[in-house]
Each structure stands twice: as C-alpha cells, then as structure tokens.
Design a binder for this molecule. Sequence first.
Ligand SMILES: *Cc1c(COP(=O)(O)O)cnc(C)c1O
Length: 367
Amino acid sequence: MKRAYNFNAGPSALPLPVLEKAQAEFINYNSTGMSVMELSHRSKDFEQILENAKNLLKELLDIPDTYEILFLQGGASLQFSMVPMNFLGTDQTAAYALTGSWSEKALKEAKKEGKTAVAASTSEGKYRSIPKQADIILPEEDIAYLHITSNNTIYGTQWHEYPSFEGVDLIADMSSDILCKKIDINQFSLIYAGAQKNLGPSGVTLVILKKELLDRIPDNLPTMLDYRTHVKNNSLYHTPPTFGIYMLSLVLEWVKEQGGVDAIQKHNEHKASLLYECMELYPDFYRPHADKDSRSIMNVTFTLPNEELTKSFLQQAKEKGFVGLAGHRSVGGCRASIYNAVPLEACEALASFMKEFRQANVTVSEI
Ligand SMILES: *Cc1c(COP(=O)(O)O)cnc(C)c1O
C-alpha cells in the first residue's frame, strides 16, 4: 500500500505508526473486549487515556502546575467566542493583532462580547508579514488580553517572536502550529488549538490556561461555555470526544518517540527549508506569499507567474499523487501544509517535482 503525499491543510496527515497502533487496538483496546469508542468515558481505561494525554502534554511542552489542560469540543472557532465571554470584562478592551483570516474571525466574535481594539494589522500588506513588537500599539484603556494567531494557516506566516507587554495576558490561537517548535508556555495566559492539524483528528480542541485566569470569569455564562465547568470536572462534565482524545494521546506518544518537540522542530525546519530553497532558487517562477522573516514552517504558500501555470502545476501535482496543494479558496495559489506528521520524504518529492515542473515550463513563463 502506498500512502498519499498528503499536504492537506486540516484535517491533515497523521503519523503512520499512530494509525497502525490505533488499527491494532481498534476492536479490542487493552484487553477490554471493546473499541475505545465503546468504552464509558467514566471507565478506568478511558480515565487513563485522558491522564496520559495530559501528562504527555505537560512533559512535551513543559507546562507548569499553574496551568490547566482541557479537551473541549466546538473547534478553535468556539474558542473565538469563549475567550471573550470568559475574560473580556465590562469595562475592559480586548486587543487583537490581525495577521490573517483566522484572527479576523476571532475579532469578529469578540466584538459581539464587548469592547475591542486592533493593536496591529498586516492586512494592508496582504498579510505577508507578522508585526514586530514595536508595531503593536495597545489601547490606553484597561486591557483584558492581547490575542494573536501564532501561525496563519491560510497566508503561510508565523510568529517567530511572541509579543510581550508587562501585565498584559497573551492569548494565542495555535491551531496550526502547536507542538511544531519549542515555546515558553509562561509567556501565555491561554493557548487553544483545534486538534486536526498537529495533534490528532478533528473533534477535540485543546485549551491550556493559567489557573489564575479562572477568577475573572463572570457567573452568568452558559455552563458549557464557562471554562470553570471543564476545569472542575477534568474535561468530563459531559461526554468528551473520547476517540479523538485517544488518538491525540497516541500522537503525543509519537512526538515523544521522535525525541520530543526539539527534535520535531529540527525536522520541521529541514522540511520547510527544502521548499523555501526551491523558491529562492527560482524566485521568478515560484513566488512566496510570505515575507522571508515571517514565513511559516507549517504552511508554505506560493504562486506561479500566472493563473494558467498555477492551474497546470496543481493538475500535474495531483496526477503525481500530491494531495491538498491548492491554496485556500479565499486566496488561491498553492499551499503545502507540512505539519509534524508530514514525512521528510513527501517534502523531498515535492521539491523535486517543483524543480522538474519549472524546468519543463520555464520558457512558457518567459514569453
Ligand atoms: C483551522 C484553524 C481554525 C479553525 O479551527 P476549527 O477547529 O475548524 O474551528 C482556527 N484557527 C486557525 C489558526 C486554524 O488554522
């Protein structure tokens, strides 16, 4: 069996050993005579899966005991609302750094909950870059938090240095780059991520939040939208996405086996460099969307000299077995999503194809 060269943006590639382990345990998990999907979420076996996932996250991301780890539903998109509902006080302003479509969506939901301010935006430059610390202007008012999107899945940009302001809680949507590189958790008050890019299948949303934040939550929120509900019940207030959490735990075990986040980061940087080097070699043919100092090691975005070539590139890539290379429908062009589970071999094959395609079409573009 040949596995596809999967460059899907999300849901996306999962590590083969994870899929194989899940397959081996599929109908009889840990001698229970049941699939994980058939276990009670109150059973010892499932409790262990949940604890294992939490412990692995603590270990891999070096999360101190001053933080809570939650597994929720509703995707990163529900966090766009939950964050302001829980932490944007009546007399406060929530600051947002706009670096792409997902941050715009996060801001849109926050506006429904209270006062907001755009602290920085790179929209005028077509979201090719990430703001520098000095470009971020916080409003004078009492600030509830500063929200950033750590990796911009659609535009292919990524924060390499996170902003930091004395006394301001930093909240990050890390849906498309969590666990791709080393971070210092202490810089953040809350991190959220839909699982379907770097952590597992869709249906689970990871939230890591500072315990002291919980004191700020108002008492009138719907039970399910109040973080305290899930903290108090260890993510078991209602039926959690049990199979998704199990898959996530297997992905975390795989990350650990790879040598942890440091090793994964080196691997990711190497994978990304193969594609960026190709663009640097032929800058007139493969045109990167992101500015060099802002480019992402997770989503590599580029266009060809014209629509026709872009189309033909995508068509031929498809025929060669490369999946998911079309850019997001809102921006077009090409995008290779090279999350943690995308093997080096897939990136090598894509880089070779890019060179071949350019060789075969270079004269066309020069006319
Ligand atoms: C994919 C993505 C989302 C949306 O996640 P859902 O889980 O589908 O709601 C939000 N933010 C970023 C940065 C993403 O990449």
